[in-house]
Structures are given as structure tokens and as C-alpha cells.
Design a protein around this ligand. Structure first.
Ligand SMILES: Cc1ncc(COP(=O)(O)O)c(C=O)c1O
Length: 395
């Protein structure tokens, strides 16, 4: 049996009719950019996330870019983040002229390690003559970008406490974690709402996927939200008067309308992904594989949250990763490596001066991770096929 890594067609079948009606209406009105469909989606998204402001933008990448631009982060600044993430996280930092500084991950969760972050700030940074925190290169350390990878929130209480003690701004990259909850000291909080601003991606494969590129910024502060809205549209207010240099980061009406239609299903879909994760856990236990592979950790499972993990990806680890991926492919089973190389070792960041061995847990994860098929429509039979194929590989 073929088991694709992802199959979006089943979800489309469910909503095909209402989607076609919405698109037809937009085509009739020819109101394509921003406008009422985008505003309606923004209201619904803000409500879903428990955030007073949701600002629709053109992608998750542009959400991060607009946030960094609006916060005035640029040349001479450093931003601390993880090297075990999609390129956009650090790419955006570099694109505004700032420098990404990478700290290591916590092995079980793949998320930024608060210890590694604290060590970096304490041992590799110092206060300059005017009290600013500077790194070894003399850049001013301005912000931290934790990434809620694979649908699991970072240890935000610890990260926020460290940020506060150093006077740093936190920006959450919640591209993979819409709706994911964190059991904070102050109660359950959603990904993207635990910092100055959060970025979301609606890339089609995300738990909430558009029919193209789309993203959003969420934030609590009214004034900051206005700045993000302005940066989304070339810093223009009113028309053709520009206060700041922003960009074209606008969301279009067709994507917004589709996302608005899908949003009420999101919790159900994420719950279905958790069921898939539970079935994998059960099946891997049944065939006695849990000593051969490491399953994803669920640190927030017993806190009574709805979305303790949204399983954007179900990522296992094994030192035999490459051979296993090849064996699965030969049986028509999709599996993917997110991510095969830490950003600190990417060619485009060579000038930052990192070397192999600098971030041992990131590098080990890059060698061992393998994402298995996970989506609401994955059947138990398909999952058994995946587990059976992995069991045969290790037999
Ligand atoms: C962690 C992370 N950050 C940022 C992005 C960028 O989002 P987009 O592809 O919508 O630009 C992604 C998308 O895959 C992501 O996974």
C-alpha cells in the first residue's frame, strides 16, 4: 500500500463546494487584495488565537520580516535563535541586515534550549559602555526568536524570564504551531501570544493551509499592531503617503476566504493528528520498536490543555535514518527530513564563522530525524503499513 507523506485532497473534498462559492463571489466583486474577506478572517483568527490583533500577510516569511522591520531591528543588531528550523527564521534576520546568533536545541523537544540560550547570553555577551548587551562581534543583541517546531511550544516561561532579565524582545516563530498551547505559570497560552509578536504560516501543508502562500502576525499591543499594518503596505497612510519603508506583505482575499472557511475545523484536525500520533505510539510499542527509535516527546500532555501538541509533524529519531528513509521510499511510503543541516552550517551563513561541532544537539538531530506521514485522513491501516515497514527494516 502506498502511503504518501501528505495528502491534501481529502480535506479539499470536504470543503470544495463552499470554497468554490467563496472564490466565485470574489471573482464577481473583483475585490482581490485586503478588504472585507481579509478583515473577516483576521477577526476570526484573533478570536481563535485569543489575541486582540491578527494581521493577515503574504506568508510566514513575510510575517517575520515585517515584525523585524517594524521593531527596527537591522544592521548592527543580533538576534538569537535556533539553527534547527526552516531557513526563513534566520533568513529574515539576515535580510533586515541583522545577524543571526544560533544556540543549541533541547534534544527531546527539538526546540531552543533555555540553558543554551542563558549560557550564550551570559558567557558570550557583555554589557558595553552604555549598558547595551553586545555579542562578540560588537553587535547589540536585540531579540530572541524561539520557534515552536513541529507543533510543540517552546519552554516559554524560561525563555521569557531570560529575555526579561537581559532586556530582550521575544518574537515567536509559530509558523508550525497554530493553536498549540503551553502550560505557562499564568495558565494555558497559545503559540504566538506569549511574546511581543508571533508569526504564523498558512503554507498549504500547515495544519491550517491556504491554497498558496499566506501568513499572519499576532500581537497584543495596539500601537505595535498599527505599525505591522503599516509595514504590510509600504508604510503607507493615507494612500501614497509613506511614513516608513515597509513592503508589500498583503494577504489576498481568496486566501483569506479559504482560511476563514477552514478555521472552524482546525481544532478537530489537530485533534485527529493527535489520534494518529497516539496510534503510532501504540503500534510502535506493540511491535517492540521503542528501543530502536525515539518517538516525539509530549512534555505538556498532562496539563489538561486542548492542544498540548498539534503534531504539524510526527518526527522520530534513529541513527539509521538515511537507510530507513530509503527502505520506506522503496515501499512507497513517504518520509521527510526536517532538517538535514543546521542553519549554522549552511553555505550562505559561512561568514558567521560557525563550525561543525558548535551545536552538537542540532547536528545530531539533523542526522537522526525522520518525519512520518501524519494528517487527519491517514487511516489506521496506512499507519500499520508504516509501522510494519519500519519493523521489517529493523528486524
Ligand atoms: C519554522 C518556520 N518559520 C517560517 C516559515 C515560513 O513560512 P512561509 O513558508 O509561509 O513563508 C516556515 C514555513 O515553512 C516555518 O516552518
Amino acid at each position: 500500500m502506498r502511503v504518501p507523506l501528505l495528502d491534501l485532497s481529502a480535506q479539499y473534498e470536504l470543503l470544495a463546494e463552499p470554497i468554490r462559492r467563496e472564490l466565485d463571489e470574489i471573482l464577481r466583486t473583483q475585490n482581490f487584495i485586503l478588504g472585507p474577506k481579509v478583515e473577516e478572517f483576521e477577526r476570526a483568527l484573533g478570536e481563535y488565537c485569543g489575541s486582540p490583533h491578527a494581521i493577515g500577510v503574504s506568508s510566514g516569511t513575510d510575517a517575520l520580516l515585517a515584525i523585524l522591520m517594524a521593531l527596527g531591528i537591522g544592521p548592527g543588531d543580533s538576534v538569537v535563535t535556533t539553527a534547527f528550523t526552516f531557513f526563513a527564521t534566520a533568513g529574515c534576520v539576515a535580510r533586515v541586515g541583522a545577524t543571526p546568533c544560533f544556540v543549541d536545541i533541547d534534544a527531546p523537544t527539538f526546540n531552543v534550549s533555555p540553558e543554551s540560550l542563558a549560557n550564550f547570553l551570559e558567557r558570550q555577551c557583555r554589557r558595553n559602555g552604555v549598558g547595551q548587551l553586545v555579542d562578540k562581534t560588537g553587535n547589540i543583541v536585540r531579540a530572541i526568536i524561539p520557534v515552536h517546531l513541529f507543533g510543540l511550544c517552546c519552554a516559554m516561561d524560561e525563555i521569557n524570564a531570560i529575555a526579561t532579565s537581559y532586556g530582550l524582545t521575544v518574537i515567536e516563530d509559530a509558523a508550525q504551531a497554530i493553536g498549540a498551547e503551553y502550560p505557562g505559570k499564568a495558565g494555558g497560552r497559545q503559540a504566538g501570544t506569549m511574546s511581543a509578536a508571533g508569526s504564523l504560516s498558512f503554507y498549504p501543508s500547515k495544519n491550517l493551509g491556504a491554497a498558496g502562500d499566506a501568513g499572519a502576525i499576532i500581537c497584543e499591543d495596539d500601537e505595535l499592531a498599527e505599525r505591522f499594518r503599516s509595514f504590510r503596505q509600504h508604510g503607507m497612510e493615507p494612500r501614497y503617503f509613506h511614513h516608513v519603508i515597509g513592503g508589500n506583505f498583503r494577504l489576498d482575499a481568496m486566501q483569506a476566504a479559504i482560511l476563514r472557511l477552514k478555521l472552524p475545523y482546525l481544532n478537530e484536525w489537530s485533534a485527529a493528528r493527535r489520534v494518529v500520533a497516539d496510534v503510532y505510539r501504540e503500534e510502535f510499542g506493540r511491535v517492540g520498536l521503542t528501543n530502536k527509535i525515539t518517538l516525539p516527546s509530549e512534555p505538556y500532555r498532562d496539563f489538561g490543555l486542548t492542544n498540548h501538541h498539534i503534531y504539524h509533524q510526527f518526527v522520530i529519531r534513529t541513527p539509521d535514518r538515511n537507510e530507513l528513509q530509503r527502505a520506506l521510499a522503496s515501499r512507497g511510503i513517504g518520509a521527510a527530513v526536517y532538517y538535514p543541516l543546521g542553519l549554522h552550517e549552511q553555505e550562505c551563513f559561512a561568514s558567521l564563522g560557525y563550525h561543525a561541532g558548535d551545536l552538537p544537539e542540532t547536528e545530531r538531530a539533523a542526522r537522526e530525524v525522520l518525519a512520518l506521514p501524519i494528517y487527519p485522513e491517514l487511516t489506521r491501516e496506512m499507519q500499520r503499513e508504516v509501522v510494519h515497514a519500519i519493523a521489517e527494516f529493523f528486524a
